[in-house]
Design a protein around this ligand. Structure first.
Ligand code: NAD
Ligand code: UGA
Length: 471
């Protein structure tokens, strides 16, 4: 029986390994992690992450051909193929701090693989890494390997949170990069055969190592760039009377552009877009490509501008101050259908409003109170230069101005204003008449996701601000 070991049981490692186990019953898949609590959760009825459909896949395979364990050494030693899906955050200290990828976790994993391996192995980069990381990993492995041979492949992951299972079962494409040597090509074929259990061959693209590594960074940069582009248009729409949803619709009908990633918003969030673009900026700068670095930097600057603009709009609309006013925050996750809050725009918007002494009542259907409190109490790190509005120091006394509640009606009761910060479906069908009746007047709505019916809200009596729409 072929044995796969997945190192890293996070948002990528958990779902990707579970789907491989589901589709390849003859392969034994073990997911390992240094975090005991995460592994305990994967082995329980309360999985550590929320993804539609994930629970069913795990229930079907767990303890048959899918296992979760903290015994990293044992399972690395036994595996034929190792997928490494550890976190690769932005470096917070030292050379390249604030931009370069921190490969400490990857290096840790590589050293365990080198130390424990007694047989030849295919080692796969599933984490998103800087281009040419495979070269460094190869060096760590071969210099510590006692004659064992390793083939390093890059098989970056393109899933989106909230649709991870769907994306894994039916991806647009799978990308596998490897050395163009006989051994490298054989390793590529072995991994291709795994995906061929459920995907047609023409969806599996093979390239050289560096193209696969760079294609992943480019993919995220292009997606984020589209959001920043439509967000830039949203500011122009507000200034000119154009409507961003109409502009998006017109663009989406151009087959050269396609319909996706054209929703103007309060800004993109998530653990990857900003980190991967900063990574690209750092690689460009390191190669002396200042113009290329500045080009991509602008995508993040526009995203910060959009969050800052939203905060300023709330404050200026509410008679230039929100001090002492109660603002209901609906949605804290970085997008709907996930409990993930990494780099969510809600953190910056909430902090911006807290910086003007607002009282916040926050409701999110999936994010826990502890998580929200942790996110808001952390003060900015060296990563990226946030605009002044978005980085006030949050003291324990300011945190007393935050309440986290269990439903949208409680959040909005007696509020002066509502900010919609995540596009959860349930926010579309709330009883806004009831909400209006229980709010202070004038009652404001700031729709950071453009999900509400502005005409209907105005009929009820709300003063409404939507992104990219006339006031
Ligand atoms: P995550 O933080 O959820 O999970 C990473 C896990 O790796 C953690 O549980 C951590 O404890 C574990 N880990 C770290 N070092 C380890 C080691 N030496 N041995 C064993 N376990 C170790 O991260 P994630 O969101 O799953 O992202 C992982 C990688 O995938 C990142 O490079 C990210 O850029 C990339 N990626 C993420 C997504 C996404 O949607 N989250 C999508 C595509 C690619
Ligand atoms: C993104 C990419 O879409 C995946 O292909 C990639 O694998 C992943 O990053 C990664 O490498 O981590 P994800 O961050 O999970 O996936 O979610 P997206 O759907 O891309 O949304 C990212 C952010 O952009 C969210 O805050 C979302 O609300 C925002 N967004 C998205 C917009 O503001 N407008 C849009 O039109 C689309």
């Amino acid at each position: 029986m072929v044995k796969i070991c997945g190192i890293g049981a996070g948002y990528v490692g958990g779902p990707t390994m579970a789907v491989i186990a589901l589709k390849c019953p003859e392969i034994e898949v073990t997911v390992v992690d240094i975090s005991h609590s995460r592994i305990a959760a994967w082995n329980s009825d309360h999985l550590p992450i929320y993804e539609p459909g994930l629970e069913q896949v795990v229930q079907q395979c767990r303890n048959k051909n899918l296992f979760f364990s903290t015994d990293v050494e044992k399972h690395v030693a036994e595996a034929d193929i190792i997928f490494v899906s550890v976190n690769t955050p932005t470096k917070s200290r030292g050379l390249g701090a604030g931009k370069a990828a921190d490969l400490t976790y990857w290096e840790g994993a590589a050293r365990v693989i080198a130390e424990m391996s007694k047989s030849n192995k295919i080692v796969i980069e599933k984490s998103t890494v800087p281009v040419r990381t495979a070269e460094a990993i190869e060096r760590i492995l071969t210099h510590n390997s006692n004659g064992v041979s390793f083939q390093i492949l890059s098989n970056p992951e393109f899933l989106s949170e909230g649709t991870a299972i769907e994306d894994l079962l039916n991806p647009d494409r799978v990308l596998i990069g490897g050395r163009q040597t006989p051994e490298g090509l054989l390793a590529i074929q072995t991994v291709k055969d795994i995906y061929a259990h459920w995907l047609p061959e023409d969806r599996i693209i093979t390239t050289n190592l560096w193209s696969a590594e760079l294609a992943k960074l480019a993919d995220n940069a292009f997606l984020a760039q589209r959001i920043s582009s439509i967000n830039a248009m949203s500011a122009l729409c507000e200034a000119t009377g154009a409507e961003v949803s109409e502009v998006s619709h017109a663009l989406s009908k151009n087959s050269k552009l396609g319909p996706r990633f054209l929703n103007a918003s309060v800004g993109f969030g998530g653990s990857c877009f900003q980190k991967d673009i900063l990574n690209l900026v750092y690689i460009s700068e390191s190669n002396g490509l200042t113009e290329v670095a500045n080009y991509w930097k602008q995508v993040i600057q526009m995203n910060d501008y959009q969050k800052d603009r939203f905060v300023k709009r709330v404050i200026s609309s509410m008679f230039n101050t929100v001090s002492g006013k109660k603002i209901a925050i609906l949605g804290f996750a970085f997008k709907k259908d996930t409990s993930d809050t990494r780099k969510t725009p809600s953190i910056d918007v909430c902090k911006g409003l807290m910086g003007d002494d607002a009282y916040l009542t926050i409701y999110d259907p999936r994010v826990s109170e502890d998580q929200i409190r942790r996110d808001l109490s952390l003060n900015s790190t060296v990563e990226w230069d946030h605009p002044i509005h978005l980085q006030p120091t949050i003291s324990p006394s300011t945190m007393k101005q935050v309440r986290i509640v269990k439903d949208a009606y409680e959040a909005t009761k007696d509020a002066h204003g509502i900010c919609i910060l995540t596009e959860w479906d349930e926010f579309k069908s709330l009883d806004y008449q009831r909400i209006f009746d229980n709010m202070q007047k004038p009652a404001f709505v700031f729709d950071g996701r453009n999900i509400l019916n502005v005409g209907r809200l105005r009929e009820i009596g709300f003063i409404v601000y939507s992104i990219g729409k006339p006031l």
